[in-house]
Design a protein around this ligand. Structure first.
Ligand code: CA
Length: 218
């Protein structure tokens, strides 16, 4: 049975979410504290995490960073009351797969949960190779010429988009949507910044800037 870990200190929201998810056929576990939530995500058997931002002992961003620092790739949806794009981008940069701003309707949340679980189930456990660059999607490891390269969650996701679409121009809008889950441009140069990181790590010649259009993997 698919299990969802709810890390949320507001018991009213936690029980509303948990009752709904159980009615939809999921098993749930609720933890009210950030530190305990991190332990449950790392050592438990949950398939997806719903993560509040304001939490006792560790906030949601800290929990998420600690989880990703352990190379844990469990899908995480952040529940945030903050609607500023800065917090959204921070959360996604910290390795969140999605976010749902509070207040939300249960149907809205359930749709996000289903879609994130579907992505996980569909992601093939294969390596993608292009030239000297190899991405092991399941193990989340990248190598260049046989040498392992450390990529953050977001850098890896960006590299995966390029390697799955070699020779094709990917616009900033497409990359924002596929890598950051944003269907709007937060007005930052986040894509360009991450392309620069990737060039530094995978080799500058691989990613070509196509003026006015986006980027292309050569
Ligand atoms: Ca809270």
């Amino acid at each position: 049975m698919t299990k969802i870990l709810i890390i949320e200190d507001e018991s009213r929201i936690a029980s509303f979410v948990s009752r709904g998810l159980e009615a939809a056929g999921y098993e749930t576990q609720t933890v009210e504290d950030g530190g305990e939530g991190l332990a449950a995500a790392l050592h438990g058997d949950a398939d997806l995490v719903l993560l509040d931002v304001g939490l006792p002992t560790m906030d949601g961003f800290e929990v998420l960073r600690a989880l990703r620092a352990e190379r844990n790739t469990i899908p995480v949806i952040m529940l945030t009351a903050r609607s500023s794009t800065r917090d959204t981008v921070d959360g996604l940069d910290a390795g969140a797969n999605d976010y749902v701003p509070k207040p939300f309707t249960f149907d809205e949340l359930l749709a996000r949960v289903r879609s994130r679980l579907r992505e996980t189930a569909l992601s093939p456990g294969v390596s993608i190779t292009h030239g000297d660059v190899v991405l092991d999607v399941l193990a989340r490891r990248a190598t260049v010429g046989g040498r392992e390269v450390e990529l953050s969650t977001r850098e890896f996701a960006l590299a995966e988009q390029f390697l799955r679409n070699p020779g094709r121009v990917l616009s900033r809008e497409v990359l924002l949507s596929r890598v950051w889950g944003l269907d709007f441009d937060p007005g930052s140069n986040v894509v360009d910044v991450y392309v620069r990181y990737l060039r530094g790590k995978l080799g500058a010649a691989h990613i070509i800037t196509v003026r006015g259009a986006g980027y292309r993997w050569e």
